[in-house]
Design a protein around this ligand. Structure first.
Ligand SMILES: Nc1ncnc2c1ncn2[C@@H]1O[C@H](COP(=O)(O)OP(=O)(O)OP(=O)(O)O)[C@@H](O)[C@H]1O
Ligand SMILES: [Mg+2]
Length: 255
C-alpha cells in the first residue's frame, strides 16, 4: 500500500484552474521530486496536501486512510484538520522559524504542545529528542542560538529538524534552497540527500535538476496545473517524452 495516494485532485482560485486532475502515489521510503515552471501549481499542490488550501475535487489518502475526499465532503473542524496535518511535515522556502525562540525551542515547541494536550512525553524527553535532531542536522552547537544568529542554511536545517520532530509520514519541501546562495544550498541539499539515504518518505519541489535526478526515486513535471509527465528521474529529466518537458528542461544547463 502506498504511503500517499492522490487522485484527481482539483483546485480553482476563482475562474483559474490551478490544479487539474492531479494523480500520483508515493511508496514508503521514496523521494519524489516535483519540477515545473513558476505558476505551474507546485506550491498549491503541497498546500492542498497539508490542508493549507481546501481542494475542490479529488481525494487524498495516507496509509490507506482517506484524509480528504471531495465526493464525501464532511465538514472538518479545526482540530480534525490539525490531526490530519500531522501526517505531513512542511519545510518552506523562507524557513519560517519563530524568531523569538531558540533553534531548540523551534524544534520542540509543537511536540511540547501536543504532549501537553495528550499527556504524552516529558519535556525532558522532548528536549533530548530535539537536541538529537539538531545534531543530525550538524547543529549540535547551535541549539541555544536564535534564528537571527544563524545563517540561512543553518536556519533551513533547523526548519528540517522542526518538521522531523513530529515524525511525519511524508516530509514536504517547497524549494528549500531557492533563498540560499550556492554554498549554503549545498549544505541543505546534503542534509536532504542524507534523509533520502535513510529512506525518509519525501516530496521535494525543486529547481535543482541535478539534485532531483540524483536523489529522487520518482519525478513529476507539472505545467499549467497538470502533470505532464512522471516517472523515473533519469527518464523524465534525461530523456523526456513530452515536448513541453523538453522545452522546460532546455532552460537548465546540463550537468
Ligand atoms: N491564493 C491564491 N489566489 C489566487 N491565485 C493563486 C493563489 N495561490 C496561487 N495562485 C495562482 O495559482 C497558480 C499556481 O501557483 P503556485 O504558487 O502553486 O505555483 P508554483 O508552481 O509553486 O510557482 P513557483 O515556482 O513560482 O513557486 C499561479 O497562477 C498563482 O498565481
Ligand atoms: Mg511555489
Amino acid at each position: 500500500m502506498p504511503v500517499l495516494e492522490v487522485r484527481n485532485l482539483e483546485k480553482h482560485f476563482g475562474d483559474t484552474r490551478v490544479l487539474n486532475d492531479i494523480g500520483f502515489s508515493l511508496d514508503k521510503g521514496q523521494a519524489l521530486s516535483i519540477i515545473g515552471a513558476s505558476g505551474s501549481g507546485k506550491t498549491t499542490l503541497l498546500r492542498c496536501l497539508n490542508f493549507l488550501e481546501r481542494p475542490d475535487g479529488g481525494s487524498i489518502a495516507v496509509n490507506g486512510e482517506t484524509l480528504f475526499d471531495a465526493a464525501d465532503p464532511a465538514a472538518l473542524n479545526e482540530s480534525e484538520i490539525r490531526k490530519k496535518r500531522l501526517h505531513f511535515g512542511l519545510v518552506f522556502q523562507n524557513f519560517n522559524l519563530f524568531p523569538q525562540y531558540t533553534a531548540l525551542e523551534n524544534v520542540t515547541l509543537a511536540r511540547e504542545l501536543l504532549a501537553k494536550k495528550s499527556g504524552g512525553e516529558s519535556k525532558e524527553a522532548i528536549r533530548e529528542a530535539g537536541k538529537e535532531l539538531l545534531a543530525q542536522m550538524g547543529l549540535a552547537d547551535r541549539a541555544a542560538h536564535y534564528p537571527h544568529q544563524l545563517s540561512g542554511g543553518q536556519q533551513q536545517r533547523v526548519a528540517i529538524a522542526r518538521a522531523l520532530a513530529l515524525h511525519p509520514d511524508i516530509l514536504c519541501f517547497d524549494e528549500p534552497t531557492s533563498a540560499l546562495d550556492p554554498e549554503l544550498t549545498g549544505e541543505v541539499l546534503r542534509v536532504i540527500r542524507n534523509l533520502a539515504e535513510k529512506k525518509t518518505t519525501m516530496i521535494i519541489v525543486t529547481h535543482e535538476m541535478a539534485f532531483a535526478r540524483d536523489v529522487a526515486d520518482r519525478v513529476i513535471f507539472m505545467d499549467g496545473g497538470l502533470i505532464v509527465e512522471q516517472g523515473d528521474p533519469r527518464e523524465v529529466i534525461d530523456n523526456p517524452k513530452e515536448e513541453r518537458t523538453r522545452r522546460f528542461l532546455a532552460n537548465y544547463a546540463r550537468n
